[in-house]
Write a protein that binds this ligand. Structure first.
Ligand SMILES: [Zn+2]
Length: 261
């Protein structure tokens, strides 16, 4: 990281404040995440775009300060029972939680929503609608949540609850893998479990004995009726390994149970 990186990141951030909360007039004294978090979220993509990514990816005191994978770096704060939720008043935040929660957790939550939950097309459409609808007005967090639900066409209450109203953890695991009817020719049954309170959609990566790789995308509804679910995968080839979230996109607090060999 260079000094120029720091100068670029802070300049982009302060320009971003022209929008949050100066045009979309959220109350940053009451809900700091609607100002600092949304602005930091935009900075992540601004760094990717600016001058062909000269200062990308954004990694600074506001976002993944350890310069690593944001999904891994947020985990200590999800585990910290003293950490305030994003709904706490700005002046209730002890200084050590100000950047990690108001900036980083909020911005990374929107990255999860864009990259993992909704996809860029639906997220960008809904987020732009939010900015248009609430420009020169004073949205509350609920106005933001409702606008995103309406404009994305999806009830995201489960996500607002786990990421913004609470400080919950995520731990997805592969529990059992067996051949249907005991024969690899019939395909394979994979039982996955959700060991914590947070729910997330996820990718299941299968590597077959012949070396081919296959990804299954599981929606968040996988967890709607319980904390374990068995997925059938049609193949005649034996399975070498099954991994949940192979690209480390999710803040999974225990990765040692993510792979079956
Ligand atoms: Zn700021």
């Amino acid at each position: 990281m260079t000094k120029q990186g720091e100068l670029y990141w802070v300049t982009a951030h302060e320009i971003g404040h022209n929008w949050f909360p100066m045009i979309v007039g959220s109350d940053e004294r009451r809900y700091a995440f609607m100002d600092e978090g949304f602005n930091t979220f935009i900075d992540v993509y601004a760094a990717d775009e600016f001058n062909k990514g000269e200062y990308a990816p954004k990694r600074d005191g506001e976002y993944a300060p350890g310069k690593g994978n944001p999904a891994d770096e947020i985990i200590p704060y999800l585990k910290d029972t003293n950490a305030p939720t994003m709904m706490a008043r700005a002046d209730q935040f002890p200084e050590k939680y100000r950047h990690p929660i108001e900036y980083f957790k909020s911005a990374f939550g929107l990255v999860l929503l864009r990259e993992v939950i909704l996809g860029p097309d639906r997220f960008d459409y809904a987020f732009k609608k939010y900015i248009q609808k609430w420009a020169y007005k004073h949205p509350s967090p609920e106005d933001f949540f409702r606008t995103m639900n309406n404009e994305s066409g999806e009830d995201l209450s489960w996500f607002w609850r786990e990421w913004f109203y609470n400080n919950w953890q995520l731990d997805l695991a592969v529990r059992f893998v067996s051949y249907t009817g005991g024969d690899a020719k019939n395909g394979v049954d994979i039982t996955i479990a959700n060991l914590q309170k947070m729910a997330m959609p996820c990718t299941l990566e299968l590597i077959l004995k012949d070396g081919t790789k296959q990804d299954l995308q599981l929606p968040v509804e996988t967890w709607m009726q319980g904390d374990a679910h068995t997925v059938h995968f049609n193949t005649t080839e034996p399975v070498q390994s099954v991994t949940i979230d192979p690209l480390h996109k999710l803040p999974d607090s225990n990765r040692s149970n993510n792979t079956w060999n």
